[in-house]
Ligand binder design. Structure first.
Ligand code: EPU
Length: 417
């Protein structure tokens, strides 16, 4: 298992390109299933989760070619309809193949994902929505077996604006008979990106990116060519890397319009963020100030930035209160941050962070993707050496993070065993 070793104290300076968004690429690759042809996806980040999705598509019989940032998926050869347990348990996002398989082939067998480090994460809303569209569902041996001759349009209200459920139902609705309305839909930019791809395949979709999405089903979709949006969470993580080291970094291909809540919070904390012709400049010259943050579905402050924001608050002046409302167990980084000397007290879904003058490096262990990012950020500013083990979590969602940080002047290296 690889480890990262960071010597804290270097100010980050320079320019960096933000990679394509993991959480946009995964559903877009699943959408390729909907067309009988070769779909091209561009701006793909090189990540372990993307490789897992390709393995899943190949398991269905699709042909895939991955050349740098471009993936081609030939879905004309799909002849199996199973997402097996060994893939779904390593990547929950595998369940987004359920909607497209069912819509195009009338059948799918997808392993139920188990619990996860950050919460229970059920998929009841995905299943309820598909049932409303006429799918017959059975649970057998840990698998959901879904069948439908042709899905029919339905009015679906999501109890919570689930990103994955919105994606699954949106894809299923494109080939259903009649109109589907998804209410209380997730509004994340990744949903709008998926819809843009589906529209270029010939789907009839209105309202993606808002809370009400309307889809008029069509008989067939054609393969398309789509470039995914930049990763707003990677961009936010690098903004904090620049701020926490009192650096000055220019982020290229950073869409500020997807990051209002993140940018607002960072500005409140004293970080300067300005759009420039070549990108977005992030620097911190004055005092870092404590700020409160509460995670919410988009356009609220993203749960995927909560751990990284906590690293920043750990060295800010004053006391910040961080509340996690999206996942029930997403404070696993707290005990590791404390090992670096952070002053964090948790009660239920609330963490009170009192900034300390300095953190001190220590060996730490990552528990999930964003928790790992939090520890890297803390390591960048901690005195001495911080070691982060279980780097495979980071490799799921950050493209060559240590190479990118080193380019900005960080003293960080990977130790492969
Ligand atoms: N939920 C249900 N029932 C469902 C679906 C969701 O109760 O059927 C609950 C979940 O348990 C959770 C909340 O609804 O408490 C939100 O979950 P959601 O379905 O929106 O999350 P997701 O689709 O499983 C995606 C991202 C996550 C990100 C969340 C929230 C992908 C591949 N994953 O997950 O990303 O945290 O949305 O924004 O898009 C990450 O990248 O580190 C990551 C975990």
């Amino acid at each position: 298992m690889d480890r990262l070793v960071v010597q804290g104290g270097e100010r980050l300076r320079g320019e960096l390109r933000v990679s394509g968004a993991k959480n946009a690429t995964l559903p877009v690759l699943a959408a390729a299933i909907l067309a009988d042809g070769v779909t091209t996806v561009r701006n793909v980040p090189e990540l372990r989760d993307i490789a897992t999705m390709l393995k899943l598509l190949e398991g269905l019989g699709a042909g895939t070619v991955w050349d740098h940032q471009v993936i081609r998926v030939d879905a004309s050869t799909i002849h199996k309809f199973v997402a097996a347990y060994d893939l779904v348990r390593t990547m929950r996002a595998s369940v987004v193949v359920l909607g497209p398989l069912l819509a195009r082939f009338g059948r799918a067998q997808v392993s139920l994902p188990g619990g996860c480090a950050i919460g229970a994460r059920p998929i009841n809303l995905h299943l309820k929505g598909l049932e409303a569209m006429g799918a017959r569902l059975e649970l057998k041996g840990g698998y959901v077996e879904a069948k439908a001759k042709r899905l029919r349009g339905a009015e679906i209200y999501l109890d919570t604006p689930s990103v994955g459920a919105t994606e699954n139902l949106l894809m299923a609705a494109t080939l259903a008979r009649g109109r589907t309305v998804i209410e209380n839909a997730a509004r994340e930019p990744e949903i709008a990106d998926l819809a843009a791809m589906l529209v270029s395949m010939g789907a009839d979709i209105h309202g993606a990116g808002t809370g009400v999405i309307t889809v008029e089903g069509v008989a067939a979709l054609k393969a398309a060519d789509h470039a995914v949006i930049p990763d707003r969470i990677e961009a936010g993580t690098f903004m904090i890397a620049a701020a926490i080291t009192r650096g000055d970094v220019l982020l290229r291909e950073c869409v500020l319009g997807h990051m209002d809540a993140i940018v607002g919070k960072l500005r409140e904390a004293g970080v300067e963020i300005e759009g420039e012709p070549g990108g977005v400049r992030v620097r911190c010259r004055g005092t870092l100030r404590a700020a409160d943050a509460r995670t919410e579905p988009y356009p609220g402050f993203p749960t995927d930035m909560q751990a990284q924001f906590m690293a920043l608050m750990a060295v800010a002046e004053g006391q910040g209160v961080i509340t996690e409302t999206v996942f029930e167990n997403r404070f696993m980084h707290v005990s590791e941050l404390r090992r670096l000397g952070a002053d964090v007290r948790c009660t239920g879904s609330t963490a009170v962070v009192r900034g300390v003058e300095h953190l001190i490096g220590a060996p730490t262990m990552a528990t999930d993707l964003r928790a790992s990012a939090c520890l890297v950020l803390a390591g960048l500013v901690a005195r001495g050496e911080t070691e982060i083990s279980r780097v495979y979590h980071l490799d799921r969602g950050y493209e060559s993070i240590e190479r990118k940080l080193r380019k900005l002047g960080a003293d960080i290296r990977r130790i492969t065993e």
